[in-house]
Design a protein around this ligand. Structure first.
Ligand code: ZN
Length: 386
């Protein structure tokens, strides 16, 4: 068996209502002075209030930084670091979607180590130590609570990433109570994103693709496939919400160690240039990239097809199963009410050339794709998706 390394968050708490007992769950780890990082929308909705009340009742002081935006900027990150320093933070809680969690990881790093951010970009450059870190996701999608990655926007639109096991949190808290109010369209897009993480991790050509990632990806697809409709159409269904949180975390563990590929590489120019949310960007290219990959990957897709869509178990032969899988994924996005074509999100057809060129910048992802993708291939995939 090939050698591999598997890193993940060392303590996972899965419990509806856990954020309202945050002091019991994570108080010792965080210390006396807690910096809580979130976004203005969640702050207004009061989603962080039970966590804050729990910590304060147990004698912690809690300072709230609630200025994280979508595609968070370096300026926002540095503001949060300065605020954390001014209050003498002993630990960091990130509560929110992927943006808040990503910012929290680097806030904890920079507060804990005086490390220079410009020396931390890239893979395994961040050294730490960091402050104690607890992540509480409010969407079921990014899996950021179990990934060693933080993506920050530098300048106008350049995305830079820090990837290092040092920024994996001490504790991830999965509380379905925090996701019941998530609007249907965000539930759909983030849920499909999580499915893409599992699919791409399973079929990844990464040298570190490994039996744990594969096992986790399959269980993630079972949970996500069985619960995404209920979570979208009946947001109050806590059973479905919990299953989506667990599924997206398992998919996160899978791709944190067996990285994603061309679906994500081709989604980035859609998000970067046209500000389409990450999950929807992935969904728009998903069936077209998988169809392109099928000649090299149909056997792998056939293996996981019935995990996500149990009815496919009836389909005989790996080619037919793979085709049924891709069709079912395309139907799912449509059924969940998502836009399905690039034109539906107002991307002009003549933007495709530049998007294809931009996607080639994502070589760190494209190298993991089961079939090599040229700029011409990317152009054709976008055309099919338009
Ligand atoms: Zn993603």
């Amino acid at each position: 068996m090939a050698p591999f390394i598997f890193n993940t968050t060392k303590s996972l708490v899965f419990e509806t209502g856990a954020s309202a007992r945050l002091a019991e769950v994570a108080g010792q780890t965080l210390g006396k002075s807690v910096l809580l990082v979130t976004d203005p929308g969640l702050r207004q909705l009061g989603l962080a209030d039970p966590a804050i009340a729990s910590l304060e009742a147990a004698g912690h002081s809690v300072a709230v930084f609630d200025k994280v935006e979508a595609d968070p900027s370096r300026e926002t990150l540095m503001q949060a670091v300065a605020f954390g320093r001014s209050v003498g933070a002993t630990g960091v809680v990130g509560l929110g979607g992927g943006s808040s969690l990503d910012v929290s990881k680097l806030v904890a790093l920079l507060l804990g180590s005086d490390e220079d951010l410009d020396e931390a970009w890239g893979v395994a450059q961040a050294k730490g130590p960091r402050l104690p870190l607890v992540l509480v996701p409010t969407t079921a999608g990014t899996g950021s609570e179990v990934t060693p990655v933080s993506i920050i926007t530098v300048g106008a639109e350049e995305k830079r990433g820090v990837s290092s096991p040092v920024i994996l949190p001490d504790i991830a808290v999965l509380d379905a109570d925090l996701t019941v109010g998530l609007p249907a369209h965000i539930t759909a897009a983030t849920g499909v994103d999580a499915m893409v993480h599992a699919i791409e991790a399973y079929a990844s050509k990464s040298a570190n693709n490994n039996p744990l990632s594969k096992m986790l990806a399959r269980e993630a697809l079972r949970l996500l496939g069985a619960n995404i409709e209920a979570a979208v159409f009946n947001g109050q269904d806590k059973g479905a919400r919990g299953a989506m949180l667990l599924g997206s975390m398992l998919a996160g563990q899978a791709f944190a160690n067996s990285p994603v590929a061309a679906v994500h590489a081709l989604a980035y120019p859609i998000g970067g240039t046209f500000h389409v949310p990450h999950g929807l960007s992935n969904a728009l290219v998903l069936p077209h990239v998988l169809r392109f990959n099928a000649p090299g990957a149909h056997a792998l897709y056939a293996e996981i097809a019935a995990d996500a869509f149990p009815q496919i178990v009836e389909v005989e032969g790996s080619q037919a199963r793979c085709a049924a899988f891709i069709d079912a994924l395309a139907d799912l996005s449509k059924h969940l009410g998502m836009q399905t074509r690039l034109r539906d999100v107002n991307i002009p057809e003549d933007a495709i050339g530049k998007m294809a060129a931009d996607s080639m910048i994502q070589q760190r992802l494209l190298v993991n794709n089961p079939r090599a993708v040229t700029e011409r291939d990317a152009f054709n995939i976008y055309k099919a998706a338009w």
